[in-house]
Design a protein around this ligand. Structure first.
Ligand SMILES: O=C(O)CCC(=O)C(=O)O
Length: 371
């Protein structure tokens, strides 16, 4: 039997050459889809096609064809939903902009765990708690040399070659580099201010068996964090002055503590997310150190809070708050996400998994679309 006879009718039909009028190229299909997805009435789209010299029947048919594509319908549904939330956040952000306290970071010398949760964590407000962890032995003991003496010359993973790549944060995997603790320590000693290499929280140094000894040098501030979480899950950051973690948001609350050196943390509330050009995953396109309003006009008026986090200080970076972190001095920090309340109250996801199977006879996009 020949393969041609085996081929289903639909496949044979797909092979038929489609009639397209002169001047109609594939870009027009994309143009139709984009307009329909954004909610332009189909009559307006048809009108424009006719103005461009395409016949009415052809224009109508082409719009139907694009509309019947499940991807167009799916994109329209997502676009409308996103538009709604983005508009709401933008409106709230302009309200907040008018609040004269919006740029003020609350700083306190003492805060008990109840107030920490009631006034800040649950209110999604950042707070700098001066000296919260000043009693940690780590403050007196830790330095790159101390790590080397204590752990020996173990293999570690750092990020390297960051200065040659403006997207070093997203391209994290490409910058992950194996090295030895002794080389890293030597490099830190030789280095002036640099953003080229950095031992970032994903390094798992504290997870290594030899590092157990370091875990004795810090404790969770009483009542602040869940004791059920092993201390080895804390994020360890070690780098020279000049490291720069670009503006991004995380998907949980963070208690950010400073062991050595000073860091500057800039913070932007989550309602400003539609105005920070968060075009890639959790990253913003904006360089908050050198704001360019001609390139990023929506940033005008966005309140930016700034915290100088010194050894012994702790900063609550509440969930969803964008932040950018600069080391003013050679620095060691620890960050924690094991908050005491229900994870649903602060851990969120923006990359959903595979959706459930479709029901027979349904299209994945047959929801209430008003097209
Ligand atoms: O300390 C840094 O460089 C970055 C810290 C940070 O962004 C975080 O803990 O989410």
């Amino acid at each position: 039997m020949s393969t041609t006879l085996n081929r289903p009718d639909s496949a044979m039909q797909e092979q038929k050459k489609e009639y397209l009028p002169a001047g109609y190229h594939s870009g027009w299909d994309g143009w139709i889809a984009e307009n329909l997805i954004k909610g332009v009435p189909r009559s307006r789209v048809q009108e424009r096609l006719c103005e461009r010299g395409f016949g009415e029947a052809f224009a109508k048919g082409r719009i139907e064809k694009v509309l019947s594509d499940p991807l167009t319908r799916l994109a329209r549904r997502f676009f409308l939903r996103e538009q709604k939330y983005a508009e709401l956040l933008a409106a709230l952000s302009y309200l907040r902009e008018g609040d004269e306290n919006a740029g003020q970071l609350e700083t306190t010398e003492a805060l008990d765990a109840k107030d920490f949760y009631d006034r800040f964590v649950l209110a999604n407000r950042p707070v700098l708690i001066k000296g919260l962890v000043r009693g940690w032995p780590a403050l007196a003991k830790w330095s790159p040399d101390y790590f080397l003496q204590t752990l020996g010359d173990i293999p570690i993973e750092i990020t390297d070659g960051r200065e040659a790549d403006t997207r070093y944060e997203e391209n994290f995997q490409q910058h992950a580099a194996r090295t030895s603790l002794s080389s890293f320590v030597e490099r830190l000693k030789q280095s002036g201010p640099s953003n080229n290499f950095y031992l970032c929280a994903k390094n798992d140094l504290l997870g290594q068996p030899k590092s157990r000894v370091l875990l004795k040098d810090f404790d969770y501030p009483p009542g602040y964090l869940s004791e059920a979480a092993p201390k080895s899950l804390a994020g360890l950051w070690v780098g020279p002055a000049g490291t720069w973690t670009a503006l991004h948001h995380d998907a949980s609350n963070i208690l950010f503590t400073q062991v050595c050196g000073t860091k500057s943390v800039r913070l932007i509330a989550p309602i400003f997310l539609p105005r920070v050009y968060n075009s890639r995953s959790c990253w913003s396109d904006v360089d908050i150190r050198a704001l360019d309003f001609s390139q990023f006009p929506l940033m005008k008026g966005v309140p930016i809070l700034e915290a100088l986090v010194c050894p012994g200080d702790a900063l609550l970076i509440p969930t969803g708050w964008c932040h950018a972190v600069e080391s003013i001095e050679p620095s060691i920090s620890l960050s924690f996400t094991n908050f005491k309340h229900d994870r649903r109250a602060h851990v969120w996801r923006w990359r959903p998994g595979l959706r459930g199977d479709p029901h027979e006879g349904s299209s994945s996009t047959n929801a209430d679309l008003e097209l």
